[in-house]
Write a protein that binds this ligand. Structure first.
Ligand code: C5P
Length: 224
């Protein structure tokens, strides 16, 4: 087991993983992996390269020319794709949809594994995504599965997008999130499921700070 501690937070979109992961990384002084940004970068790059997102070979060929850099900043992460800052483009629902299409492809997932594991650097890592506890860091010290009702999640996502100047209707967002959840949960490779040893938290009626406190308490219990 790698001795560098990892705390994983998995769950569907809009469950609050990003906010909670950022707060935890700050509190613990750990590094942060927003693995969704890694898949979004792959989806956006494939789209820009004109790849056929229904064809794994076409997507894999386009990824040969992808050079992605992830630089943490106070808002989360700044992402450069082949030297161009795409941080804003990365947040649109069309990029999210492209991400979830390429994320269903096993060779794409395999090609991004090392990239994600490289984030495990002392003094520790908080990793958020869909398969952080089940696949990328199965030896994580604490695994959390964070969920919330679909309406709450769509509302949170709408607010996040609005804050970034991207306007969407709640109804269209609910539909897009439902389609993405369905694709993420039903895919054959690394589907969105809680690890058997995960602490499951429903954040529908909780503030991010309350979720953070619950996880910190669990971490202390875990550390004995
Ligand atoms: O978390 P975020 O909404 O940024 O993720 C975008 C998409 O990337 C997800 O809908 C999912 O399909 C994919 N993803 C994944 N595995 C991860 C993180 C994200 O498949 N660990």
């Amino acid at each position: 087991m790698d001795s560098i501690p990892v705390l994983t937070i998995d769950g569907p979109s809009g469950a609050g993983k990003g906010t909670v992961a950022q707060l935890l990384a700050h509190r613990l002084g750990y590094h942060l992996l927003d693995s969704g940004a890694v898949y979004r970068a792959a989806g956006l790059h494939s789209l820009n390269a004109g790849a056929d997102l229904t064809d794994e070979q076409s997507v894999m060929a386009s990824l040969q020319s992808m050079k992605a850099q992830f630089k943490p900043n106070p808002d989360g992460v700044q992402v450069l794709l082949n030297g161009v800052d795409v941080s804003l483009d990365l947040r649109t629902e069309s990029t999210a949809s492209a991400a979830s299409k390429v994320a269903a492809m096993p060779h794409v997932r395999a090609s991004l594994l090392d990239e994600q594991r490289c984030f495990r650097v002392a003094p520790g890592l908080v990793a958020d995504g869909r398969d952080m506890g089940t696949k990328v860091f199965p030896d994580a010290h604490l695994k959390v599965f964070l969920s919330a009702s679909p309406r709450v999640r769509a509302g949170r996502r709408a607010k996040q997008l609005k804050d970034k100047g991207i306007h969407v209707t709640l109804e269209s967002l609910i539909q897009e999130i439902a389609a993405r959840d369905e694709r993420d949960s039903s895919r054959e490779h690394s589907p969105l499921v809680a690890a058997h040893d995960a602490l499951v938290i429903d954040s529908s009626d909780m503030a991010a700070s309350e979720v953070v406190e619950q996880i910190l308490t669990a971490l202390q219990v875990e550390a004995g």
